[in-house]
Structures are given as C-alpha cells and as structure tokens.
Design a protein around this ligand. Structure first.
Ligand code: MN
Ligand code: MN
Length: 374
C-alpha cells in the first residue's frame, strides 16, 4: 500500500517538473523571439538612417538607369523609386531612351507602365541605378543633385563632392541590391514590383547561366518570384528571350542592318547581315523577308554581293539559313557549302549552324580568292 502511494507521489512530481520545464521553455522562446524582433527593428532603423543623412530633399527625386536601357536598368529604376515612395519620398522612375523588346515584354506582362523619358537632368534630384558613368547617364547630370548611386559595375566617373548613398555590390544584377535594400529597411515588395525585379535578375544573370550570378541573386529571385506569383521562371525567361530576338516594330531593312558587317576578298566587296530567330517558323518567315529586301541594298551600300545569315542558337538548337542576294552570291554559297547545306530555292540550310566570323567569312573568302569572278 505504502509502495503504491510513493509511485503516485513520484508520478505527480515528474509531471509537475515536466510542465514547469515546458512553460519555462516556451517563455524563453518568446523572450528570444521578441529580442530578435527588437534587434531586427534596430537593424531597420539603422539602415533607414542613411536616407535621413541626405537631409531635406526639395522636389521630386528622379531614379534613372543608363542610356540604351536594358531590363535591369528599367526594373531597378521602377523598384527603387517604389521603395523611396514607401519611405515617404516624392520619387519617380525615368528612362533615357526607348526600351528594348525584352523589357517591353516584362513590363507589359507584368502590367507595369513604361517610365517617362527624362530629356535633361539639370537641377534635378537624381538617383542613378545600374551605372555610374557620365557617358552612360542623363544629359545635364553634371548640373544635377546626385543623391545616390546603386550599381553592380565598377565605380564610374560620376562624382558629387558631398555625402551620398553609394551602394555598389558585386551581384549579378542591380535589382538584387535593391531587393537587399528593401529587406534592410524592413519594407515589403509589392507584387508587380517583385515581377519586374524578377525579370531584371533573370535578364542580367541570363537565368543564372552567367558566371556573375551570386547567392544573393538566387535568394532574391526565389523570394521575388514567390511574391510575384511566378510559378515557372524558365518559361518566363524563354518568353523574355523570344521577345529579345523578335525584331518587333522593325522594318525588314532595319532587321538586316541590325547586325551588319562589310568585307572584301578576291577583289570583291561583300557584306553579311546576321539575324536571330527563335524557331524554324520564324526563321522561314525571316528568310522570305530577307530574300526580298537584300538585293535592293546593294546599290546604297556599294557591295558586289550580300548575304543574310538567319540563325537559331539556343537550348541546344543550332541551325543557320544563308540567303544570297543574287545568282553570283548563290554560286559562292553553292561552292562553299553545297555539300553540307540543303538549298530550298531561297536559302541554304546548315545544321549545326555556323558562326559568321569563324566559319562563314573564311569560307566566302576562300571561294572568292580561289575562284576570282570577272
Ligand atoms: Mn544594365
Ligand atoms: Mn545590370
């Protein structure tokens, strides 16, 4: 009997000890969590204070990327202007020239307006993103009030002679630095802004294929794609790539001269215009368009013959179509590639595709030098 009572006593005691232990543990957890919160709060406030150091800013802040804007430059301008707005500043993103087809795709699919063009930065409050060179920046920048430079290139020529926020980090994209600034300020990125930032990181790191990609870029893209609700990043990158080589809004002649070079060999002047295609349907369409337009370019360029080189180069696909301007150009290609290529009446199709510099030019030179044409 006495023994049974003791067992009871011990049982109750153990339960009490366990309960006290559990409560103590939970309280401890809470204390360390709130301590962590407080530390984080301090972090935010310390990080925010760099903006306070700039003092009162009179008027609008213009956030701009470089001339010939790319997706990172435009996306970073939009994202940093949005961050400044959330911090209570009057900030707007601007561009210094027409956006390219890849950027247009990202902005349109993300439902974001294209920033306005800034003609002259004189007397403006400026934040530079994705560059720090006067030659790459806005007209009148030397007479502007430069507040900040956020960049992932080397330190450029822009100097201010006063305090500024200069945040330069060796990341794969400027958008990643801006993501880190949102984090440090403890500010949430909006869904649309997260989408354009994700596009910027994909573009500059070439979907992480570039060796400039860092851990920070991967973390940033992981978080931003979740916020933006992007379920398939590879698919988004494919669409961006497709848009980048779409030549949308260009005339056939502009497409031919987009990546055009002139050569001379065996007393003959010739030229080659390189054109990119995403798939064989698009390539076929471009072959027809180039076949129509290139004979007419010979007079204005003073060439004896010309070639359009249409290539599909991505994801393991490698095909080149060579379009000759006339009968003489066709014979040159026939001699150079007749055995390897398939001629369809308009173009010679080569698979795998060839490089202009390494294969096509030496092959044409060989023919022109060994078969001088009258
Ligand atoms: Mn850039
Ligand atoms: Mn960049």
């Amino acid at each position: 009997m006495e023994k049974k009572k003791n067992v009871w006593k011990w049982g109750v005691l153990i339960i009490i000890i366990l309960a006290v232990g559990a409560v103590g543990f939970l309280i401890g957890q809470n204390i360390s969590a709130s301590k962590y919160q407080a530390e984080k709060e301090l972090d935010y406030r310390l990080n925010r204070s760099d903006l306070d150091g700039l003092g009162e800013i009179d008027g609008t802040i213009y956030v701009t990327g470089h001339k010939s804007p790319d997706t990172d430059t435009v996306g970073s301008s939009i994202a940093y202007a949005a961050l400044l707005q959330k911090l209570g500043y009057d900030a707007v993103p601007v561009i210094l020239g027409d956006i390219n087809n890849e950027t247009r795709y990202v902005l349109e699919s993300g439902g974001i307006d294209t920033p306005k063009l800034l003609e002259d930065a004189s007397a403006c409050n400026m934040v530079l993103v994705d560059h720090s060179e006067y030659t790459q920046s806005a007209e009148g920048l030397k007479d502007a009030n430069v507040l900040s430079i956020i960049d992932h290139h080397g330190d450029g020529s822009v100097t201010t002679g006063k305090q500024l926020i200069y945040d330069a980090r060796p990341f794969g994209s400027t958008a990643t630095i801006i993501w880190l600034r949102y984090r440090n300020y403890g500010i949430e990125v909006d869904q649309k802004i997260a989408y354009v930032m994700a596009g910027s990181i994909l573009s500059d790191t070439q979907n992480f294929q570039s060796d400039t990609t860092t851990f920070a870029d991967r973390e940033a893209l992981k978080e931003l794609s979740q916020i933006a609700g992007i379920s398939d990043l590879d698919a988004l990158y494919q669409e961006m790539f497709k848009a980048s080589i779409s030549y949308e809004g260009m005339t056939d002649e502009e497409i031919f001269f987009d990546d055009y070079k002139e050569y001379e060999s065996g007393g003959k002047k010739y030229s080659i215009g390189c054109v990119n295609a995403y798939d064989e349907d698009i390539a076929g369409d471009l072959v027809e368009r180039m076949a129509k337009v290139i004979p007419g370019t010979l007079t204005s360029t003073g060439m004896d013959m010309t070639f359009a080189q249409i290539s599909i180069f991505h994801d393991g696909i490698s095909i080149t179509y060579l379009v000759p301007s006339d009968e003489a150009a066709k014979e040159v290609l026939q001699t150079a590639f007749g055995e390897k290529a398939v001629y369809d009446g308009l173009s010679f199709r080569l698979e795998p595709g060839i490089s202009r510099r390494q294969v096509l030019v030496p092959a044409i030179n060989d023919v022109l030098e060994s078969h001088p044409q009258e």
